[in-house]
Design a protein around this ligand. Structure first.
Ligand SMILES: Nc1ncnc2c1ncn2[C@@H]1O[C@H](COP(=O)(O)OP(=O)(O)OP(=O)(O)O)[C@@H](O)[C@H]1O
Ligand SMILES: [Mg+2]
Length: 346
């Protein structure tokens, strides 16, 4: 989607992707190689003006090697923070952003009173690398679940949140910042299902989230798009995670905002002025998970836009998304309901 956004701007992308058949192949030249493949990294260093990431789990050592040869944005140290849940939480704490209670499992004798969610410090996504424990689970269960995750983890208190929100923004190389509105995210089985943009939120809530995101971007001297995932509890916001990259909860911006998150990220990392982040119409994004839907039925819904990634069908895998726009929230919600029904099997 970055490569697609770059095409009309004359930005040509060279993509390194370990898995064969990378979706980027429709719009970019692809090198199929592991992220630490020396020849692939040399090609990036030799041929690119700037290197960026679209997924988080790229070895920091590869980015550091590249950064000695070509500008890498965001900086490898920023990517490193986004890869490690404990470092993210330490950052939130240092910047005064409230989070769910957390601890390193070794420091806990039992779980949290409200229940515990264990998360691998690195490598988790879409709810993978996590385990949940009841408040009544004995200490041994915590120890067993920790071992089961197969790597260092963080223990978090389970939060009975009212809803999940996220805020995306971008910071340019010259420090200019542009932020999108707060959006509402609905998850199931640890996987993002729907994003509603903008969220039905007070200006004060949006201002609080925006202030938090800007504080993180400025502290890290981030360059590019960044997403801050939040829980809303009784009108308060808890920071969950930060992603120094384009984000699934920003896919609606392709049709729903004046500048998509993908174009915005390219503008930022290329040292260009940021674009207008304002909303053009109320939008909803629904992920296509596991199986391909009936595309023509979706396209028959007014205001619907279908994005197919060309990925093989597999349970629990995001293989596309649909964004639907409406003239107002009511129309958007009606159309969203039609899309939900068409995607019900996926
Ligand atoms: N402390 C918590 N209390 C309650 N629910 C939680 C908590 N932490 C995570 N969850 C739920 O699990 C989902 C996935 O967790 P999280 O975002 O931390 O991990 P992830 O697998 O890395 O997700 P992503 O796909 O966003 O990278 C959250 O969106 C939320 O629905
Ligand atoms: Mg998340």
């Amino acid at each position: 989607m970055l490569a697609l956004a770059g095409a009309p701007l004359g930005v040509r992308c060279l993509v390194v992707e370990p898995a064969a058949g990378a979706p980027a192949g429709v719009a970019a030249e692809v090198i199929t190689a592991p992220y630490d493949d020396r020849a692939a990294l040399e090609a990036l260093a030799r041929r690119c003006d700037v290197v960026t990431i679209e997924v988080e789990h790229v070895p920091v050592a590869s980015l550091e090697w590249l950064a000695e040869r070509v500008p890498v944005r965001p900086a490898p140290a920023v990517v490193a923070v986004g890869q490690d849940r404990l470092e993210e939480k330490r950052l939130f704490r240092r910047l005064g952003l409230p989070t769910a209670a957390f601890a390193e499992p070794g420091q806990l004798s039992g779980g949290f009173a409200a229940g515990t969610i264990l998360k691998r410090r690195t490598g988790g996504f879409d709810g993978r690398g996590q385990a949940r424990l009841d408040p009544t689970a004995p200490g041994e269960a915590l120890a067993g679940a920790t071992r089961g995750l197969g790597g260092p983890s963080v223990a978090e208190e389970l939060v009975a949140f009212d809803r999940e929100l996220s805020l995306l923004g971008a910071r340019a190389a010259d420090g200019t910042v542009a932020t999108y509105p707060l959006v509402e995210n609905r998850h199931r089985d640890g996987l993002l299902r729907e994003t509603l943009a903008p969220a039905d939120a007070s200006p004060a809530l949006t201002a609080a989230a925006t202030e938090s995101l800007v504080r993180v971007m400025e502290d890290l001297e981030h360059v590019g798009v960044m997403a801050l995932e939040l829980f809303e509890v009784d009108g308060r916001l808890l920071a969950n995670e930060v992603a120094p990259r384009v984000h699934n909860s920003g896919h609606w911006t392709i049709e729903g905002a004046a500048t998509s998150q993908f174009e915005q990220h390219l503008r930022a990392v290329l040292g260009w002025p940021l674009g207008d982040p304002s909303v053009v119409a109320p939008a909803a994004m629904v992920n296509v998970i596991g199986t391909e839907p009936d595309g023509s039925a979706i396209l028959a819904v007014p205001g619907a836009h279908l994005h197919r990634y060309g990925k093989a069908e597999r349970p629990h895998r995001k293989i596309g998304h649909v964004t639907v726009l409406g003239a107002d929230e009511r129309q958007r919600d009606e159309r969203l309901e039609s899309i939900r029904q068409l995607l019900a099997g996926s």
